[in-house]
Design a protein around this ligand. Sequence first.
Ligand code: ATP
Ligand code: MG
Length: 411
Amino acid sequence: MKYSQLFGKTQRQEPRDETSVNAKLLIRAGFISKEVSGVYNFLPLGLRVLNKISQIVREEMDAAGGQELLLSALQDKDNWQKTGRWGTFDALFKVKSRYDFEYALGPTHEEVLVPLVSQFVSSYRDLPLSLYQIQVKFRDEPRAKAGLLRGREFLMKDLYSFHCDEKDLMRYYEEMKKVYMKVFKRVGLEAVETEAAGGTFSKFSHEYQVVCESGEDEIIYCPGGDYSQNVEIAVAKEGQQCRLGHGPLKRVKTIEVGNIFPLKDKFSKVFNLNYKDKSGKDHLVMMGCYGIGISRTMGAIVEVCHDDHGIVWPSSVSPFDVHLVHIEDPGTESWAKETYNKLTKAGIEVLWDDREDVSAGEKFADADLIGIPVRIVVSKKVGEGKVEVKKRNEKKTEIVSVSALNKIVLI
Ligand code: ATP
Ligand code: MG
């Protein structure tokens, strides 16, 4: 992709109406643009990141037996009244039709999926079942000042699992805990699995928390990795010794990037989601739900992975693999083109800064701001047949021959 043709450009000025690091950097680097408070447009660079995160999540959900579907965003008010949440879900957007209807604008999808599943599941043979979607959610959040971390419109993966009994639900729940740790590791985040309250229907839930000063949550955890609780419920105290001898527990600010709940029969009861066992006896289906904030994860990555010059994307979610900077000098155009073609042919995604009349300094500053993990420079100074390679998170540069490039970049 040629940078000169890319829709969305970097800007030097910080946006005046943003306070969060993720929104400031993502707007300045040309990934997102603010529509209204808590609502963002994703420009081509931003969408590439969102799609990479979604794809990692999708691969892991598929591997855990999930089947992807896409549920409606406009939802039946009657079903929300049946669960009682029409009146109690504070952040629910209610949409009035010009005809006589009213809808819920989906903040979560139990009210759609459980009645839907009850149309198809009737026997123990239909279970277990695991369904998920990656979809835009809407919540009328009171505070929406943290950029992608708390949107009024945001992208979420929500998976729902259906089981014959609690034992099978908990088996899957434990499996999903491992899947979640894998997902966050793959997107470049170190998540802390944290015990939290479960709300009205379960004693506990688990949150996936990323340690970060700008986070809204707080956890008390053992850096040795055996204990973590959200402070809202925590029984342990900061400084108390870990029982396994890892030292004192720490209290830190965090961002919740995922949350899993054993729902049990809370929603099956309301919508009569039953199945017949082998002897023909009816039972309620047991459920779990498992969310990941895809756009929040993107924001969390920026909060954790940046420096004074810009974003530092983990390679798995970077919009491109390589940022090719061509420093204009007569006779060097063909060198840049050759490098671009060679990398592209090898399956490497390249953003090629081909702009004319832009100084080398500006191009380097933009490369740092955008944050692609590898920068490659083609210039007269470096010479024909050679390029300068620099990793975004390292200071050192290396001169390599174009013929050896694939090896270096693919590592
Ligand atoms: P929070 O406690 O942060 O308000 P939640 O517990 O209400 O979130 P869930 O309903 O469990 O969130 O949603 C699953 C995931 O969706 C969360 O773990 C989070 O990553 C993401 N998420 C929730 N609300 C938002 C939001 N307003 N903006 C962006 N992501 C969100
Ligand atoms: Mg939560």
